[in-house]
Design a protein around this ligand. Structure first.
Ligand SMILES: C[S@@+](CC[C@H](N)C(=O)[O-])C[C@H]1O[C@@H](n2cnc3c(N)ncnc32)[C@H](O)[C@@H]1O
Length: 404
């Protein structure tokens, strides 16, 4: 993995930009199918919104940067009307009106805020107050810009809306920010935290984390934490009890202590009858006269394989390849959005490509596993089980290890 420059040293606007792989991981970690309106405050060159627009294909994006020369200002020209850009101060108290949004008019937000101590302005206190963050540091005027950006995001997000952040290590693990973390845990819901490796940003030892929060989400008594290992792969998930998470949220610390509970539920392996890989490669898919279900044929809205893929009686009799039967669950084996590609064959028999796993489980658990793998939690579990950050794949053993 290569990451672009990130130094806390000198730029007056904190213009340190995210690598596209971290951007894609952040967006995928949010576990959302396609939010309506997405906000990116401090969009810079547009690394986050660029990745988000590839994954959330029918969302509408609003970007803001104070820097008139920020590359994100060109996005509406490059990407068309799905993106609206504003050159303005993201810390304006009347930001929602300036962007033509009501308070709560945003469904999801992505943000790598500048890590600065801004010159204190009176209205910052009102922003923090409205977002329920005015008490998190002993001296309100010491609140850094990243917390102010988080407060603005909370003001604009709808209840339940998700915020995907890249935050410096201090906020995630520093004692000074204990009260801030407590507020995120108790008043909102931390969905997951992924620690990024040290020295992934050139010229600096700074560490950062992906943090995904749901505004006013139902508090959870456990928080899922992970890290990207130096080899670029995601570590297994750890479940951190909330009271430990207040203390700190960094994986590297907790993995060494006894404060984490490893997932300890039923595994897919416990109820699986078989897992087989489809056998039609892209070339022999084109050489057969019947439809072969492939990763591009999954639908986000449909949990069943489309009837058009049912094999005719004649083809069903003659094919000797791996073929799915009613009740079989199909899971994408490779591809960027594989965690969003799960469905069931409900009738007929379906030929499948070699990019798909055919998962056959005992009948009484079929629907539960399908529902779980298609839920936000299940998508996260698939993400966590994947190897590779850009071009992902999931192995048979990783699929079987998933708990439900
Ligand atoms: C750390 S960079 C992140 C850029 C981009 N989101 C990314 O991840 O690559 C922070 C961005 O915030 C912008 N910024 C700093 N202060 C701002 C403010 N008050 N209002 C809006 N943007 C601001 C900077 O110009 C910079 O582009």
């Amino acid at each position: 993995m290569r990451f672009s420059r990130f130094s806390k040293s000198s730029d007056p606007l904190g213009r340190y930009y995210t690598d596209s792989m971290v951007g894609a991981l952040l967006v995928n970690s949010m576990g959302l199918a396609c939010p309506g309106t997405v906000l990116d405050l401090g969009a810079g060159e547009g690394a986050l919104v660029g990745e988000a627009s590839k994954i959330w294909k029918s969302s509408r994006f609003i970007t803001v940067d104070i820097d008139a020369n920020a590359g994100s200002a060109l996005l509406p020209k490059l990407k068309g009307s799905i993106i609206t850009h504003h050159t303005t101060d993201a810390l304006d108290f009347a930001l929602a009106e300036r962007l033509g949004l009501g308070q709560g008019g945003v469904d999801a937000a992505i943000c790598n805020p500048p890590y600065l101590r801004p010159r204190w302005e009176k209205h910052f206190a009102a922003i923090l107050e409205e977002a329920g963050l005015s008490h998190v540091l002993p001296h309100i005027s010491e609140v850094p810009s990243d917390l102010l950006f988080i407060a603005q995001n909370f003001r604009l997000l709808c209840n339940g809306g998700r915020l995907g952040l890249i935050l410096p290590d201090g906020i995630v693990s520093g004692e000074k920010f204990t009260s801030f973390r407590k507020t995120l845990i108790n008043k909102h819901r931390i969905e997951r935290v992924i620690e990024l490796p040290r020295r992934i940003f050139r010229n600096t030892d700074a560490k950062a984390h992906i943090v995904v929060v749901s505004k006013h989400g139902k508090a959870s008594d456990q928080i899922t934490i992970q890290r990207i290992e130096q080899n670029g792969l995601l570590s297994p998930q750890l479940k951190l009890p909330a009271h430990f998470a207040e203390k700190r949220l960094d994986y590297s610390y907790h993995v060494q202590t006894t404060s984490c509970i490893k997932l300890n539920q039923r595994k897919i392996a416990d109820v699986a009858l078989s897992v087989s890989r489809g056998s039609f490669s892209s070339s022999n898919r084109n050489n057969v006269d019947f439809p072969v279900f492939h990763t591009t044929d999954f639908s986000l809205c449909e949990d069943s394989a489309p009837p058009a893929f049912r094999l005719s009686h004649e083809n069903n009799e003659t094919t000797t390849e791996v073929v799915a039967s009613p009740g079989d669950i199909l899971v994408a084996r490779v591809g960027r959005n594989l965690s969003q590609k799960v469905c069931m064959v409900r009738s007929g028999r379906v030929a499948i490509s070699d990019c798909i796993w055919l998962l056959r489980v005992v009948p009484e658990h079929r629907e539960a596993i399908l529902a779980y793998l298609r839920s936000a939690k299940g998508r996260n579990a698939l993400e966590a089980a994947c190897h590779g950050v850009g071009a992902k794949f999931i192995t048979k053993s990783a699929l079987l290890e998933i708990t439900f």
